[in-house]
Design a protein around this ligand. Structure first.
Ligand SMILES: Nc1ncnc2c1ncn2[C@@H]1O[C@H](COP(=O)(O)OP(=O)(O)OP(=O)(O)O)[C@@H](O)[C@H]1O
Ligand SMILES: [Mg+2]
Length: 279
């Protein structure tokens, strides 16, 4: 039985952030308000991207949801639980910009690590990692070591590891940031396919407007100093089952890119959508 099967049926949000602020106090320096009065909900199975200029608090918000840091004010719930309880229960998988693989473990052993930590038996671990290797297109690479793989392949291993316990929520911080454009688009397609299969909710941080539009049900645009939500834009490209490569050429895709761009910069879109980046 997977974790997803074992979760009680509930109408709780996947994520509910209410009135959250995070002020960093550093000795002999004025405090930094990284986030101020942030409210955000993410529905089960929903894909939400966070976009905004460098330093606007995207990673801070993701780290708060993952309980890697605590808010100065406000509350965070994950599937109706405190962020802490959700972390202890391993209700989500995390994939950050660096793949963060253990170099001395094979690809398969890296993917199995969270299962091993939770004392899942050898046979079950093996069958789950085989399934995940196939899912991310690395069926022939289970016995390889991370340094024998390309950056894109390593990133796919990290995503497989994040999916190991069938989380109902994935927290991803620029997971494709270091990849070349073609690998990146392929990874985006794969992530859409994985979401369609697993029905996981995703909170996804990116600097790329086209990436946010292609992947998301909603794009959250943030403004800097102090980090606040400027707008939440619904993207109407259909569910994960309808979202295939051809959508990148659709008028609706370009409309979404323009809307996000205008919200970010307050200017009409004049450039080529593929090259737009918020940095
Ligand atoms: N541990 C910390 N101590 C002090 N200040 C911090 C800490 N973490 C983040 N900050 C500050 O909080 C603000 C938001 O940082 P954060 O990393 O969340 O930005 P970001 O939106 O993820 O930026 P980027 O797009 O560059 O990754 C920044 O001003 C940063 O300097
Ligand atoms: Mg960041």
């Amino acid at each position: 039985m997977t974790r997803k099967d074992s979760l009680p049926v509930t109408d709780a949000h996947a994520v509910k952030v209410t009135g959250v602020s995070r002020i960093f106090s550093i000795k002999k320096k004025p405090p930094v308000t990284a986030l101020e009065s942030v409210d955000l909900t993410v529905a089960p199975g929903e894909f939400v991207s966070l976009i905004g200029p460098s330093g606007c608090g995207k990673s801070t918000l993701l780290r708060l949801i993952a309980d890697l840091d605590q808010p100065t004010a406000g509350t965070i719930e994950v599937f109706g639980k405190t962020a802490r309880k959700a972390r202890i229960d391993q209700d989500y998988g995390i994939a950050f910009q660096q793949a963060g693989l253990l170099p001395w473990r094979t690809v398969r052993a890296n993917i199995e690590l969270p299962l091993e930590l939770h004392k899942v038996g050898t046979a079950e671990r093996r069958s789950r990692s085989t399934e995940l290797l196939e899912l991310v297109g690395l069926g022939d690479f289970g016995d390889s070591y991370p340094d024998q793989l390309s950056g894109g392949m390593q990133q796919r291993v990290a995503i497989a590891r994040a999916l190991a316990e069938s989380p109902n929520l994935l927290l991803m911080d620029e997971p494709f940031g270091a990849l070349d454009e073609m690998t990146r688009e392929r990874m985006q397609n794969e992530l859409i396919r994985i979401c369609a299969e697993t029905r996981a909710a995703v909170v996804f941080v990116t600097h790329s407007i086209p990436e946010a539009v292609f992947l998301s049900d909603r794009v959250v645009v943030m403004s800097p100093r102090p980090g606040r939500i400027r707008s939440v834009l619904p993207i109407r490209l259909g569910g994960p089952d309808d979202r295939s490569e051809h959508i990148r050429e659709d008028a609706a895709f370009f409309d979404g890119v323009s809307a996000v761009r205008e919200s970010l910069h307050g200017t009409p879109d004049t450039g080529n959508a593929r090259g737009v980046d918020t940095r």
